[in-house]
Design a protein around this ligand. Structure first.
Ligand SMILES: Cc1cc2nc3c(=O)[nH]c(=O)nc-3n(C[C@H](O)[C@H](O)[C@H](O)COP(=O)(O)O)c2cc1C
Length: 337
């Protein structure tokens, strides 16, 4: 039975059947359709049996977060904490849930997601749609905890951020503080190193590891600013950084006219930023590389550049759910070689 499932899993179901159908729909409707499939849990149990790597992959050192492998789900996929019990069956070593805000928010008006298939990329202008921390906390209470879950919390004011962290602390394995969304001006207050230091110091009351998702950069001036934030993370005792959020680009197909670029187009810059971050924070903090990781070779390059783990989102859209275990298996093979 397992052998048959493994043979079936080698067929290009997603590329030949599912993706062409999904890509006929507008991107957000396609996302909802893919999410609806995640409710069919027996399907994903079979998926796990069919695609699980035969050798154990390397376990990352993630500031005490005990992930079984170094491939994490990036923030934004499960903003409402609805699919957490199914997502480990895709092979993820850990999940970043959210971004979660204190109160429910509708986000920006649609359309707010566009595809760029030539570069396997997306542009999103979601604007933090959230069910609010209370609804997410109630769903997290039912999380089966097969892999660690990290809550991505929006840094929208000291008081609201602290409120979210205190409410979620007993339910999650760590936090990723989002100070870098390209679509929400409010979080940019914390791109000032002093403001970030103050907020991190305030959050030290919580017991769980704290990661900061940093803004991306492409030129020397923004690079210097991002490095000042990395130093603030070290000074204020954060346990890790996620490098980096999506850079803002012009996109006429979304209502806001700009959005965050994600996917393959980001990879080379992600690798550069990962190397920089490792140099800047030293060996004491965990570094998660996020942006454009699509293959095991990409993940290997990120780890070689200094990352402890990688996070991905857009690869799921272009390569399908099998991409996670393909990367994990590739890393496991690599570790044995
Ligand atoms: C539709 C969409 C929504 C996203 N929402 C969030 C979010 O709420 N919080 C966040 O920190 N990042 C969010 N991101 C950014 C991802 O976490 C990640 O940084 C980015 O997609 C780059 O990784 P990728 O190339 O693997 O997709 C979102 C990305 C997409 C495509």
């Amino acid at each position: 039975m397992r052998r048959l499932l493994r043979i079936l899993a080698c067929l290009p179901w997603y590329r030949v059947i599912a993706r062409p159908i999904l890509f006929r729909l507008d991107p957000e409707t396609a996302q909802r359709a893919a999410e609806a499939a995640l409710h069919v849990r027996p399907l994903w149990r079979l998926h796990r049996i069919a695609t699980a790597p035969s050798a154990p992959p390397p376990q990352p050192a993630l500031a005490g977060v005990r992930a079984p492998n170094p491939v994490g789900l990036a923030a934004g996929f499960d903003k409402r904490c609805v699919y957490l019990n199914t997502l480990p069956d895709l092979g993820f070593g850990y999940l970043v849930a959210g971004t979660i805000t204190r109160e429910p928010r509708p986000g920006n008006p649609r359309p707010r997601l566009a595809r760029r298939p030539a570069e396997e990329s997306l542009v999103n202008a979601m604007g933090f749609p959230s069910d609010g921390v209370e609804a997410c906390a109630r769903r997290l209470e039912r999380y089966e905890r097969r892999v660690p879950v990290i809550a991505s919390v929006a840094a929208l004011g000291d008081e609201d951020t602290l409120f979210c962290v205190e409410r979620l602390d007993p339910l999650v394995d760590g936090f990723e503080l989002n100070v870098s969304s390209p679509n929400s001006a409010g979080v940019r207050e914390y791109q000032d190193p002093e403001a970030l230091r103050r907020l991190l110091t305030l959050l030290q009351r919580r017991a769980k590891p704290l990661f900061v998702k940093t803004p991306p950069y492409q030129d020397e001036a923004t690079r210097r600013k991002a490095h000042a934030l990395l130093r603030a993370c070290v000074d204020a005792g954060a346990q890790g950084v996620t490098v980096a959020n999506a850079p803002s680009v012009l996109e006429p197909r979304v209502t806001t006219g700009t959005g965050g670029l994600s996917g393959r187009a980001l990879l080379e810059n992600t690798l550069r930023m990962t190397e920089d971050a490792r140099r800047e924070v030293g060996g004491g903090l965990a570094v998660n590389a996020c942006g454009g990781v699509t293959t095991a070779a990409d993940a290997r390059r990120a780890i070689d550049a200094g990352a402890d783990s990688v996070q991905l989102y857009t690869a799921l859209v272009y390569r399908g759910p099998g991409v996670v275990n393909r990367i994990v298996a590739g890393l496991a093979r690599n570790a044995r070689a």
